[in-house]
Ligand binder design. Structure first.
Ligand SMILES: Nc1nc2c(ncn2[C@@H]2O[C@H](COP(=O)(O)OP(=O)(O)OP(=O)(O)O)[C@@H](O)[C@H]2O)c(=O)[nH]1
Ligand SMILES: [Mg+2]
Length: 296
């Protein structure tokens, strides 16, 4: 009889390489927000995948930043290093043919990790024009550290996702499952409400504003046929508040509609989402406010 295996698997890498896209594909459900802009993920999120022979708990982490400037950025980096302590396998995600000092920075941390299996996951291979270039790239990277496995994938196009899962499964220790089989994440519904509103904000706004936004859920009432959610969008300055609201409230309305649609999909229930925009100066550099906003 095959022994049942279970364990934790951290997904780490520099910002924007596709870690959250990969997590969502690995568990066949969108729980981690994704965007074209770097520094989208701010919290570790567990995504749980069950099969007959194993339970894999993937931990999506924020993109590791070089020289984090504010308390928020330091918190995000800490989330990454915290995850490395308790996991069995680490997926080091890089983007094909796009190795730079930010990857070097991740590698530096991995060089200090002991007794963990590290996979090199080369993502976005769908973007490659000449696949032969990849071989050279793999050689360059794999000379720097002993990887248990090296696997090229496309998270977006689901290329090699099943193969990656089966390699991960084989490398987990024999163990009882950590979570009930029907559970897919450790995060609650409130968390997703805040995150999906934030995703729609990142999508809609220009590059600068999203880093200075946070979302909290003031009220979450799950009644029989509908969920009522009050979300507060925190910005840093009046100018940003004006941008988020838009002329005649158009931008905020659009964000609200898009977030509601995704949440209705996720909860499989009708959602009534109300949003407010409030200002808190320098919130991202105050440990006290960060705690109030859920960064703890
Ligand atoms: N072409 C291509 N694009 C991808 C692939 N995987 C992810 N992307 C895109 O890359 C961008 C970043 O994806 P995310 O999943 O948010 O990246 P991340 O590593 O979680 O980013 P942070 O949370 O900011 O660290 C998005 O626009 C994705 O659609 C892939 O396999 N191929
Ligand atoms: Mg992410």
């Amino acid at each position: 009889m095959t022994e049942y295996r279970a364990g934790h698997v951290s997904i780490i890498g520099k910002p924007n390489v596709g870690k959250s896209t990969l997590l969502n594909q690995l568990i066949d459900q969108k729980i981690s927000i994704v965007s074209r802009k770097p520094q989208t993920t701010r919290f570790n999120i567990n995504g749980i995948k069950n099969s007959t022979h194993y339970q894999i708990i993937y931990v999506d982490t924020p993109g590791l930043q070089l020289n984090p400037k504010y308390s928020l950025n330091r918190y995000m980096n800490k989330e990454v290093t915290n995850s490395l302590v308790y996991v069995d396998v680490i997926l080091f995600v890089v983007e094909a043919l796009n190795w730079n000092k930010f990857d070097e920075n991740v590698l530096k941390i991995l060089n200090n990790v002991k007794d963990k299996k590290i996979f090199l996951v080369i993502n976005k291979i769908d973007k490659l024009k000449n696949k032969d270039d990849l071989l050279e790239n793999i050689n360059d990277i794999s000379n720097q550290i002993g990887f248990e496995e090296i696997i090229p994938i496309s998270a977006l196009r689901r290329k090699n996702i099943e193969k990656l899962e089966s390699l991960v499964g084989k490398n987990l220790p024999a163990s009882e499952p950590f979570y009930p089989r029907e559970q897919i994440t450790d995060r609650n519904e409130r968390f997703f409400a805040a995150e999906f509103v934030r995703e729609k904000l990142i999508e809609r706004l220009n590059k600068e504003v999203p880093h200075q936004l946070s979302v909290t859920i003031d009220d979450f009432k799950d009644s029989k046929n509908i969920i009522h959610i009050n979300a507060c969008i925190w910005v840093e300055k009046q100018g940003q508040k004006n941008i988020v609201i838009g002329k005649d409230g158009k931008v905020l309305k659009e964000i609200g509609i898009n977030a509601r649609k995704e949440l209705e999909n996720l909860y499989d229930k009708k959602v009534n989402l109300k949003t407010w925009v409030k200002i808190k100066s320098k919130w991202f550099d105050s440990k006290t406010i960060l705690k109030e906003f859920g960064y703890s």
